[in-house]
Design a binder for this molecule. Structure first.
Ligand code: PPS
Length: 311
């Protein structure tokens, strides 16, 4: 058995072993931002994390295109070598900085400690909660933002299937929780604005999910240039193909099938659900859409970010 398979088995097995203690964890505010209780209880060690200057941060509000970007970056670092990028599941290749779960599931910090830099680190933390070491060490960071309505729809389906997240409740009420910033990781509005205002000062590459859908090759090239990498045209085409929604949905190292059923119920909603722009049209009633847009104008009036709800 190869080391990679052992790693995959041990990660899935750890989750299986922990599954009796997995439940819909409550959220606890950390500096006003609701975070999963396990994260809140371990906050000091997360805040103290010191990255290496060569580490890359991929930051997103949940469900904005994190996994997609993690896969693109891993393929760029491995010159489009699909086999190399199937060495382990996404969260083992590219650990989730702040995640803490019941034993024996390794925390993000446990996984990071065992890896040599340069590491690709995922976070959903809003800008103000990112450990300051990232900025002190001038780490590169990619932020991916997705339009609020599609982001909300995707998060709703995820909260239905992910048994570690708070109960989503009915759709209508969920919209209001989103608008009030009560979901895990807090307000979408503050999140997208927080990174937007800091993007130039901190050299953050700010991407949009909609741009990635519209022209994935252009966006992969932007990521490549930002990372000071250079791959051939052929490799670029291969990366675009390997990271299509269809191919990632079928990739067991990227589609979260390595998180067993009691924890992620993909029979309720697959992790790779639709991967589209504009699916919100199938969920919002005209009244809900109008009410949401009115509130959106208020919450976003101070900072204009060019989101697109349709491409
Ligand atoms: S998480 O749990 O926060 O890390 O989730 P995240 O990866 O950020 O977001 C999941 C949504 O991204 C979609 N996705 C993709 N869309 C297009 N192309 C590719 N390759 C791709 N990979 C993931 C995924 O389907 C989720 O969106 P929805 O709208 O629910 O389908």
């Amino acid at each position: 058995m190869s080391g990679e398979n052992e790693e995959q088995l041990s990660y899935s097995d750890a989750i299986k072993k922990a599954s009796p203690s997995i439940t819909r964890f409550p959220v606890i505010p950390v500096r006003g931002v609701p975070l999963m209780s396990y994260i809140a209880q371990n906050w000091d060690s997360i805040w103290a994390f010191r990255p290496d200057p060569s580490d890359l941060l991929i930051a997103t509000y949940p469900k904005a295109g994190t996994t997609w970007t993690q896969e693109i970056v891993d393929l760029l670092y491995h010159n489009g070598d699909a086999e190399a990028c199937r060495r382990a599941p996404t969260p083992v290749r590219s650990p989730f900085l702040e995640i803490f779960s019941p034993a024996p599931i390794p925390s993000g910090l446990d996984l990071l400690e065992k890896m040599d830099p340069p590491r690709v680190i995922k976070t959903h933390l809003p800008f103000q909660l990112v450990p300051p070491g990232f900025w002190e060490n001038k780490c590169k960071a990619i932020y991916v933002a997705r339009n609020a309505k599609d982001n909300l729809v995707s998060y709703y389906h995820f909260d239905c299937m992910n048994q570690t997240q708070p109960e989503p409740g009915p759709w209508e009420g969920y919209i209001h929780k989103f608008m009030r910033g009560e979901l895990s990781w807090g307000s979408w509005y503050d999140h997208v604005k927080g990174y937007w205002v800091e993007r130039e000062k901190r050299n953050i590459l700010y991407l949009f999910y909609e741009d990635m859908k519209e022209n994935p090759r252009r966006e992969v090239e932007r990521i490549m240039r930002y990372l000071d990498l250079s791959v051939s045209d052929e490799v670029l085409s291969r990366i675009v193909q390997l990271t299509s929604f269809k191919n990632m949905k079928e990739n067991p190292m990227a589609n979260y099938s390595f998180i067993p059923e009691p924890v992620f119920c993909q029979s309720i909603s697959p992790f790779m659900r639709k991967g589209e722009v504009g699916d919100w049209n199938n969920h919002f009633t005209p009244e809900q859409s109008e009410m949401f847009d009115e509130d959106y104008e208020k919450q976003m009036k101070d900072i204009k970010i060019p989101f697109r709800c349709q491409i």
